[in-house]
Design a protein around this ligand. Structure first.
Ligand code: SF4
Length: 335
């Protein structure tokens, strides 16, 4: 079942994810980190994937471009269709050619992606030399442009510096320059601004959204635990919990009419100006271990509305109103 937007955009989706399943085997136990996730990503769209740590959102993103460490991880099922081809069935060398050129990924901590022993210039030039086969001089000029474009002052000189000579915010900008230098069709950003100061966060998000101006039809998948970021930047959103999509809709619809108790809990935990002085409402309990998920609804151990059947029968993801999908027994009689 592929989650669709309410107003289906014209043309084929840029990316189709069908029934994606990624498991981790550790110590004789199997964790279903991603369990049957499906969605379409359309041209020009910003799709948010939101959820707490351990909900499966980052594993979903890493699975799309085959970056799951195997072992202990394994993509055990599903399809990821891009340009008419299933990325999960392609030889890994072909997927490497797509990464960076067609699909870029920005991580929360840029030091995990920047190599500390190479200069910034070498790392920003690499995708241009590898994918676009530019000469070194051309690649250097494009790298200078890319760094200047993300607001690195004195970019030509800083090309010869190493990652440790940049602040955290500047490293994240370099990472964005690296991922956007080839103007990919899809940018996947996993908590790209979480580790940054609030003032820098907004700038980093703005730089990413700029990709849509540079490449017509480019789309972004933004993974975050922060619903406020989703509200500001995304067109559509998937709410994940227990390795599954629990609710999916346009951002406007989600904020006007959140239907899943988990989504409502996430919303109550966002600070609002009018609630100044009041305590924020936290979702009770903790995210269950992916090695020990409940048999029924994955949220039943924390849900304020839990009913008897929730413990044993897992609800289906159903389209409750046009383009608004919910996985909860409470909504079963709504349509
Ligand atoms: Fe809560 Fe039951 Fe709905 Fe799950 S199915 S979210 S436990 S009411």
């Amino acid at each position: 079942m592929s989650v669709q937007p309410a107003q289906k955009p014209a043309g084929a989706p840029l990316l189709q994810v069908k029934n994606l399943q990624t498991h981790f085997a550790v110590g004789g136990m199997v964790a279903k980190a991603v369990s049957g996730v499906s969605f379409d990503l359309h041209k020009g769209e910003v799709l948010g994937i939101v959820g707490e740590s351990g909900s499966g959102k980052s594993v979903t993103a890493l699975s799309l471009i085959r970056l799951i460490p195997d072992p202990p991880g394994k993509i055990v099922g599903g399809e990821v269709i891009f340009n008419g081809q299933d990325l999960l069935k392609m030889p890994i060398e072909d997927v490497r050619k797509i990464r960076g050129r067609d699909i870029g990924m920005i991580f929360q901590e840029p030091m995990t992606s920047l190599n500390p022993v190479f200069t910034i210039g070498k790392q920003v030039m690499e995708p241009l030399l590898f994918h676009e086969k530019l000469s070194k001089a051309e690649a250097r000029n494009r790298a200078i442009e890319a760094l200047a474009g993300v607001g690195i002052p004195d970019a030509a000189r800083r090309l010869d510096d190493y990652p440790h000579q940049f602040s955290g915010g500047m490293r994240q900008r370099v990472m964005i320059a690296m991922m956007m230098v080839c103007n990919p069709a899809i940018l996947i950003a996993d908590e790209p601004s979480t580790a940054l100061d609030v003032t820098i966060q907004a700038q980093v998000l703005e730089l990413m959204l700029d990709l849509r101006r540079k490449r017509e039809g480019a789309a972004i998948i933004l993974i975050t635990h922060d619903l406020a970021v989703v509200a500001e930047t995304c067109d559509r959103v998937l709410v994940m919990y227990g390795g599954k999509v629990q609710e999916a809709s346009t951002v406007v619809d989600l904020f006007e009419n959140p239907m899943h108790p988990y989504t409502r809990g996430l919303m109550k935990s966002i600070p609002h100006a009018q609630d100044k002085g009041k305590r924020l409402t936290a979702i009770r309990g903790n995210v269950p271990s992916i090695f020990d998920l409940p048999d029924g609804c994955k949220f039943c151990t924390r849900c304020p509305d839990v009913m008897d059947r929730c413990w044993t029968v897992e609800p289906e993801l159903r389209e409750v109103t046009p383009g608004h999908w919910v996985r909860c027994h409470l909504t079963e009689d709504k349509k």
